[in-house]
Design a binder for this molecule. Structure first.
Ligand code: S3P
Length: 419
């Protein structure tokens, strides 16, 4: 049914920052306190892995206390990383530099995702990582006391890869130099610097020096812009909407969606801009807007990579054609998201074309109902939910509980704000 989005909300805490709070707090020396932690399945997988690595982690509602001792213990079983690419890839880089033996494996989706991108450069640093067919989980890591510092240009724009190499670089025998072709999210650099690591960023170059001891953190996790994205687009594309989203992280490496939606004619205001735990945060005010199609390509892609499924929904409502290019990375996310987006557009009867590294969409007034296979991908299910708000017909989303990966309160919040 056609609905509008009204009121004032907070969205799920940032997933990337929550993961890093647990990981970096675990390798610090001292007590790390995290407020507004994301209790989504991916971040719970990270907590479980670090408990198995001998770290005491206490939880009370959304407050987490991590008792870091600067060391990790040999676990007595394999580490299950669930659906989480961030947990798996960052752990790979981190565990390569501790003298313990570990095995990482995940769910069916995770076990199909490429790991060679982290294994190859980590091997250049002297890490010993064995993978199924050289590329897939389970990963067997035989950690070393010290790794070799390297100079490496990242072949893909990936914060998970970059972060894995930064974590390994902390155990290097000199300065590791990482060069990015396009900037990816920088939460790892921001947080580790905050904890006393010597990491210097000069445009697209990152210099990582070895560290003896990391200080613990007092971390307040902001709302996740990738979760806010669904409600931002929901409010823009529906008539009579006016929504305030409080406390959203707007780190400039994450705000590509806001830039593009504004280019499309979206009315989005940022209020009360402030810095919390080293990260930019603000309140967003979003109102219904008439959007028009744009082309999205090049350097901006990594800063909105997780938001492309919901951008496709905005494109359905926009006048004219929207084209997404240079987004081949979507093929190796939780599912092949280019295919999954095109299936969503097909279900809704929207005109589209699938390309190797993107797709195009022609906006329309009429969104058809139907039954959408979410591919158990949290971001696909939530995007389809917003698309369904534009349809007068019944729209069914399969495996809708997959939102628990990143946004357990999503359906409840949808009920609350849509009228
Ligand atoms: C993430 C990095 C991105 C993103 C993922 C979270 C992170 O993945 O898609 O949801 O926390 O570092 P890539 O590094 O594969 O682009």
């Amino acid at each position: 049914m056609k609905k509008s989005f009204r009121g004032e909300i907070s969205v799920a805490p940032d997933k990337s920052i929550s993961h890093r709070g647990i990981m970096f707090g675990s390798i610090a020396t001292g007590v790390t306190k995290i407020e507004n932690f994301l209790m989504g399945e991916d971040c719970l997988s990270t907590i479980d892995c670090f408990r198995r690595l001998g770290v005491r982690i206490e939880q009370e509602k959304d407050r987490i206390t991590v008792f870091g001792t600067g060391t990790l213990k040999q676990p007595d079983s394999s580490l299950y990383t669930g659906n989480s690419g961030t947990t798996t890839r960052l752990l790979c880089g981190l565990l390569a530099g501790y003298p313990i033996k570990t095995t990482l494996f995940g769910d069916d989706s995770l076990n199909k995702r490429p790991m060679k991108r982290v294994i190859e450069p980590l091997s250049l640093m002297g890490a010993d990582i064995q993978a199924k067919d050289g590329n897939f989980c389970p990963l067997e890591i035989d950690g070393k006391e010290r790794l070799q510092a390297i100079s490496y240009t990242l072949p893909v724009a990936s914060a998970q890869l970059k972060s894995a190499l930064i974590l390994a670089g902390l155990h290097g025998d000199g300065t590791t130099l990482l060069t990015e072709k396009e900037c990816s999210r920088n939460h790892t650099e921001v947080m580790l610097r905050y904890m006393g690591a010597d990491i210097v960023t000069k445009e697209k170059e990152i210099y990582v020096n070895p560290v003896e001891r990391l200080s613990p953190l007092e971390l307040k996790v902001p709302g996740d812009i990738s979760s806010a994205a669904f409600f931002i687009v929901g409010a823009l594309v529906t008539k009579g909407s006016q929504l305030v989203i409080k406390n959203v992280g707007v780190n400039p490496t994450r705000t590509g969606l806001l830039t593009v939606l504004r280019q499309m004619g979206g009315n989005i205001k940022e209020e009360n801009k402030r810095i919390v735990s080293g990260e930019e945060v603000c309140d967003l005010v979003v109102s219904s807007s008439q959007l028009h199609g744009v082309t999205v390509e090049g350097d901006i892609i990594p800063s909105l990579i997780d938001e492309i499924p919901i951008l496709a929904v905005a494109a359905c409502h926009a006048e004219g054609k929207t084209m997404i290019k240079d987004a081949g990375e979507l093929r190796v996310k939780e599912t092949d998201r280019i295919f999954a987006i095109c299936e969503m557009l097909k279900t809704a009867g929207v005109e589209y074309e699938e390309e190797k590294d993107g797709f195009s969409v022609v906006g329309t007034e009429h969104i058809k109902g139907g039954c959408y296979e979410s591919f158990k991908d949290h971001r696909m299910a939530m995007s389809a939910a917003i698309l369904s708000c534009l349809s007068e017909e019944e729209f069914i989303i399969k495996d809708s509980e997959c939102v628990n990966i990143s946004f357990p309160e999503f359906w409840e919040l949808m009920e609350k704000v849509t009228k």
